[in-house]
Design a protein around this ligand. Structure first.
Ligand code: UFG
Length: 339
């Protein structure tokens, strides 16, 4: 059978690496394009240990159209999953041009080459950040997109718009933008997981690093929100479930060529910051050192996914629980810190 080559930009990153595992399991041949600026080459070995297959990887800056073109000439790509992007909200406020340059140019170069080489299937890594601060707390794909809260969020909104315009111009490619809620956890094998560089911005890596004694104390940002325990509510999705959604998106595109759809990827369940802290204490048996601090600017009080579209269109729903995610994140943290 002919190899189904899937270009996975950012395939050595957190969500990318877990998706490469699921692609290999599903019989696709992923080709990782990553310049390892925000990831580690050990990830490739981790993927190989999980799957028994050494994935192909090409060291390339995805914003460099000419360098990326070499891969399109080498492989007859059947699909593209485009992850390569910066993702830190605060950093994007401090250095917006870096975000606009990297996140938009990487997408444009993928789309230009996808058009030139007639790649049939394209999955884009979007985010629930496209909803801005929505009027409803439970959002579906028709919820109006409010103004983005950050340059990072703006790049995701603009990226979806760029894809929509390419689709509208008569492209033969089918596109799915997956709007992730809060990805957490690690592979249950502890071979791959999240590797935040520097102090983490996101909650769960902060919790596990504090639990491991690598950070001193977690600050819970705000206790006066209009929620049951006063802390913010998010929809935390296990990264392995999220990775599987990409395979389902490819499967759907194969059967429905030339379409464009945006799809939420979440569990539909909201958890508060304190619920995550409590889950960590229960799963790890460790008493976490934490305190309340002020609200973090830009935080939305509550947001979680309506999941009907992912279920009906992609035949995908999350299977793993928040306990699974916290346990897997904790096992991964213990492994990398030798705890
Ligand atoms: N939090 C803390 N203490 C911390 C870190 C986080 O209390 O040390 C809180 C936050 O204030 C928030 C919740 O934990 O209430 C979740 O915060 P994260 O930073 O983990 O996640 P966000 O929901 O802020 O960000 C996520 C993605 C972004 C995306 C955003 C869109 O990481 O990429 O959702 O809403 F832009």
């Amino acid at each position: 059978m002919k190899d189904k080559y899937i270009l996975v930009t950012g395939g050595a990153g957190y969500i990318g690496s877990h998706t490469v595992v699921e692609l290999l399991k599903a019989g696709y041949t992923p080709v990782i394009a990553d310049d390892f600026r925000n990831s580690n080459k050990n990830v490739i070995d981790g993927i190989a240990r999980i799957t028994g297959k050494l994935p192909v990887y090409e060291e390339v800056d995805v914003t460099d159209n000419a360098a990326l073109k070499v891969l399109f000439e080498r492989y007859d790509f059947y699909g593209i999953i485009h992850f390569a992007a910066y993702k830190a909200v605060g950093e994007s406020v401090a250095d917006p041009l870096m975000y606009y340059r990297n996140n938009l140019l990487s997408l444009i170069s993928c789309l230009e080459l996808s058009e030139e080489f007639n790649v049939p299937n394209f999955v884009f890594s979007s985010s629930c950040t496209v909803y801005g601060a929505p009027d409803e707390v439970s959002v579906d794909e028709n919820t109006p997109l409010k103004e983005a809260n950050s340059p990072y969020g703006a790049t995701k909104q603009m990226s979806e718009r760029i894809i929509e315009d390419v689709h509208g111009s008569g492209s033969k490619t089918g596109f799915i933008a997956l709007r992730y809620f809060n990805p957490v956890g690690a592979h249950p094998s502890s071979e791959i997981g999240e590797l935040p560089i520097g102090k983490p911005n996101n909650l769960l890596p902060y919790v596990t690093q504090t639990g491991a004694g690598y950070l001193e104390q977690l600050t819970v940002n705000g206790n006066d929100y209009n929620t049951a325990d006063g802390t913010c509510i998010r929809d935390y999705i296990h990264v392995v479930d999220l990775a599987k959604a990409h395979v389902k998106a490819l499967n759907w595109l194969e059967k429905n060529p030339g379409r464009f759809e945006a799809v939420n990827v979440g569990t539909g369940i909201g958890s508060s910051v304190l619920e995550i802290v409590n889950t960590f204490e229960r799963v790890s048996g460790i008493k976490l050192n934490w305190k309340f601090g002020p609200r973090r600017s830009g935080d939305v009080e509550k947001i979680y996914a309506k999941i009907g579209k992912s279920r009906d269109l992609l035949n995908w729903t999350a299977e793993l629980s928040i306990e699974d995610a916290v346990r897997d994140a904790w096992n991964w943290e213990k492994k990398i810190r030798n705890v």
